[in-house]
Write a protein that binds this ligand. Sequence first.
Ligand SMILES: [Zn+2]
Length: 422
Amino acid sequence: MVTANPLRNASPPRSLHIALWVLQSALGVALIAAGAWKLSLPFDQATAMFPWAADVPALYTVTSILDIAGGLGVILPSLTRVAPRTTVFAALGVVLLMLSAVVFYLLRGEPSETVPNLVLASAGGIVAWGRWRGAPIRAQLPVPTKWTSPLPDAAPPAEMRLYQLPTGTYRTRAALAVAGGAVTEQRAFAATAVLIQHPKGDVLIDAGFGAGAEAHIDALPSFRRAPHELADTASTQLSAAGYDRKRLLGVLLTHSHWDHVSGLDSLDVPIWMTAAERKYAAQSKSDPVFETVSRGHEIEEYPFDGPSYLGFPSSYDFYGDGSVVIVPAAGHTTGSVIIFVTVPSGQRYAFIGDLTWQLDGITDRLEKPLMMRMLADSDAKQVRQDMERVMALQDHLHVVPAHDMRGYQGIPLLKPSTVDAR
Ligand SMILES: [Zn+2]
């Protein structure tokens, strides 16, 4: 019977982890290099060096390809943390391949040829054991220490309300959304604005898709485009509900990426953002949408001049009553923020923007896939730290990743009857 040892699994010895990485990389690179070299040899040279290749040429080609496959299998799943357990099977495959070669050489009466194979088989065995038992690579982030201190004070006025304004969705694959996600699984990404009604003035969190969303998508480089379905814009939904625009103080951005700001094209209100995000947007090369839609808007910069908040180093209390508190989370972009909202019922929300794209990022402790961390996040380490902070808070609040429709469940839609007539 195999019983998991959670303590050991949670924090494998660092030295073993590093030693395994060195061995694993060396083994992988050696196999890939050997396989590629063998395949690149002209056949007469190959047979001169490996006399058996003349007897069984197909075996020569097949084993060279298996060398390369084994080398990739030993390195890639661990490196990408996509199905990292595959490393164990790849390493066992290498052991099997090398032992077969040993037997083959012995049968041919060439025992001296078996040395490299025995060395590689041993390395494969150590890697397989190490990544199985000693220091397995986890696709998941470690379990963070739960938040146990009292929650910060919040005095949301009784009239405060929260509404969701879904403006459409775009489709992507789970494999591109969370580490270990399936290539075959489709995910619909929400583009939803959230309206906070407050006696001191209302604010939207992000703006969703705008009237010019198609043009905005066309302006993106092709790798950022995805199949999408557009719904009513936030502006249209506000009008349909008979909403009084004079109440709207502006749009509070989680960050400036196109799918969060597109709707600014039809909202003539100030944009609330940090100086850092303004700078990020100005320097963005692959996303020109903010530049286009922010023209003519007043920009209200706010400082993180408040105390540390729920594990984050500083904060900005938007209304001064603790109901809407913004904290820096400068990992997805260099000026990203998280917006904590407490409503009169006492329910707390964390609008985390694109810290994770999907809720399983937080509930299952899954980072974005490696490639997306590299392409889409400014500072993957900061993202990880902020994910850990949010994961620690899960028991106390409702986490809303900007693009997960599940996150918005329970937040009512804006309908004529839900806009109070004050
Ligand atoms: Zn986004």
